[in-house]
Each structure stands twice: as C-alpha cells, then as structure tokens.
Design a protein around this ligand. Structure first.
Ligand code: ZN
Length: 207
C-alpha cells in the first residue's frame, strides 16, 4: 500500500512525506510494490523509495528512515517535527493498532487500511472526535501460525493504497471522507460497502 500511496501523494505535490521502513527489496515484492524495480533488489527500500519519488516530483521533501516502527522509535520521529497525518501502510495488525494509538495520543489525522487476498478495508480517524481503529477492532487478531503470511494479490494493495492517498487529499481539503465509516472493499464481486460506525465510549480514545 505504501507504493501507490507515496507515488500519488508525491505526484499530487504534498509538501513533505516521511517514510519509515526497515525492509530490503526482494524479487517477490515486485508483483505489488510498484514503486520499485529489478535494479533495486537487495537495496534498502527507503533509499530506493526516495530515489524514485524525488525524480517524480523534486519539489516534495522526502524524508526516509530505515527503522522498525514501535512505541519507542516512533516517539523519536514525532519529536523532530510537526506532522499533519500518520498513515498505516503496514502488513500486520500490531502496527495498525500502534499507529492508531500514536494518532490519538498526538492528535494526528490518521488513515489505516488492511488487505487480504481480494479484500480490503479502510478507515479515517480524526482523534478525539471520530471513532478510532480500536473502537471497531477491539484487539490485534493474530493469524494462526499454520496460515503463514497473508496472501496478497498485487492489485489489492494497489487499490487500497490509492484510496489511502485519496483519503489524505480529501481530508486535507475538507471534503467528505471515511470518518466514522469503514469502507469494505470486495474485489472478487467488485463491491464497495460503507459501514457506519460510532465512537465507543469505553475505548481509550474517549478518555
Ligand atoms: Zn476508539
């Protein structure tokens, strides 16, 4: 999701984009991570991302950090400068809950999306005002170990990552967005359903 998200926001001319990722590019990533190409295999993803995005739009300030996101590391980056949004493009529930928590605690607008094979979901959060990720999904769901990593069809993160970019642009412009809503995307039947959600008064975001 980070590939289409960063490409569209950079192309749109967002002022500044900070990318945090700890991974190295593998051949198997290329069926979905369209930001990269074969010549970058074996290299740090953040540096390759900066290389590609800077060539797309040299007016956008691209900051990259090769790091794994956890409660301690993210604090360091938040102290460095003021951000308007935090967007989850991760592939695991633990990070999505962490990003949600960081958004609420630091009063950052937030977009979180998740995918599995042909399905996806996406939510936008306005801290203290709208329902948060944890209001809807009460705790991280661990995939049973026998399932292995979630299967991914390349187009699914392409669509959901593009929708994340759309949400940031629309939210920044004050246009209708996915606050207090979850958009469920079903790419097998090509159905998009919006479920209205309400802020959970017993959730940590209401305290
Ligand atoms: Zn909540």
């Amino acid at each position: 999701m980070g590939s289409p998200f960063s490409l569209y926001l950079t192309a749109a001319g967002i002022k500044e984009l900070t990318i945090i990722d700890n991974d190295v590019l593998d051949l198997s990533n290329l069926q979905r991570q369209i930001l990269y190409n074969e010549s970058q295999i074996g290299k740090d993803k953040v540096n390759s991302a900066k290389e590609v995005l800077s060539k797309l739009n040299s007016d956008v300030q691209i900051n990259v950090y090769k790091d794994f996101i956890d409660e301690k590391s993210i604090k360091k980056y938040l102290e460095e400068k003021d951000y308007d949004f935090i967007v989850d493009c991760s592939d695991n529930f633990e990070t999505k809950f962490l990003v949600n928590k960081i958004a609420i605690e630091n009063n950052l607008r937030c977009v979180i999306s998740g995918i599995k094979d042909f399905y996806g979901q996406i939510i936008t959060i306005n801290p203290k005002k709208t329902a948060c990720y944890q209001c809807v999904f009460s705790e991280p769901i661990e995939a049973p170990p026998e399932e292995g990593p979630l299967p991914v069809i390349g187009v699914t993160p392409g669509i959901l990552g593009t929708l994340e970019a759309l949400e940031v642009i629309k939210t920044a412009l004050g246009l209708p967005n996915l606050e207090n809503k979850v958009l469920m995307v079903n790419l097998i039947d090509l159905r998009f359903n919006i479920i209205d959600i309400v802020k959970n008064e017993s959730c940590f975001c209401s305290k």
